[in-house]
Design a protein around this ligand. Sequence first.
Ligand SMILES: C[S@@+](CC[C@H](N)C(=O)[O-])C[C@H]1O[C@@H](n2cnc3c(N)ncnc32)[C@H](O)[C@@H]1O
Length: 277
Amino acid sequence: MDVGDLSPVERTTLLTEYARAVDARQPRPILGDPLADEVVRKIDYDYSTLGVTPSVRCLVALRARMLDDRVRAFVAAHPDAVVVDLGSGLSSMVYRVDPPGSVDWYSVDLPGVLALRSALLPPRTGSHTVAASVAEPGWCDAIPAHRPTMAVADGLFAFLTEPAIVSLLRRITGHFDSGAVAFNDYGRVSKLNRITGQLAMRGSNSPHLQWNFAGFKDPRQPERWNSDLRLVEEASAMFEPETEQFPRGLRAASRLARRVPAIARKARILRFEFARS
Ligand SMILES: C[S@@+](CC[C@H](N)C(=O)[O-])C[C@H]1O[C@@H](n2cnc3c(N)ncnc32)[C@H](O)[C@@H]1O
């Protein structure tokens, strides 16, 4: 399958999918998603240009595992749930979580990615796609609003601007009656860091070149953007038992991160709840 027509930001989906595919090929995978491996093998692409180092592979696999666990718990508590995977890319999260048929799952992404998704991933009852930009109003109009809803974003926010993220969060709590929002987060990413990353990756296909968001240190920052959100969890990947499978340098960083919050927050999951009063 050719992906030459994808825009640079749409192409960022190849990095996370490839990272999970390589994880699946390990003798002891962290996530273990064989469908990701099937999908990347069907795409004609030079994945070596993406910069998927062993550390990137481990961190992407682990945060997917952490988000899967949160979505699984939500649908177990709410069998009538709606799950909205924002910037779903080619992710096979719905197959990994494998919710009951009473759950409706919406994968929202840009049109080029969703065309590829439909061509590469098997159809599934209760699975729907919404081809739209989450930075524009209207993406949620066709999604049921009155059921418990979990919105999840794995790897999306880095590619949005801060105003787009603020509007997206307000749109979620404005449209859906109640539920949760969970996403991966890197803490504050300084301009120097972003520019250094972009210079280092110049000429490659690294998603660093599409990075738009400076992030935030205080996990409660989204509560200040949107008073309907209540922080219920900040969980760093650096505390997970799977860090023992990390390559040596990253394993050392994860041990340090347990004592240094500034490092721990570089690989965290944030989860918020909301309910209309
Ligand atoms: C790094 S990929 C992550 C994809 C997927 N969540 C995963 O874990 O593999 C980022 C995704 O966000 C999507 N994206 C970026 N900007 C978007 C926007 N404004 N609206 C919808 N999707 C967007 C990209 O097309 C891409 O699929």
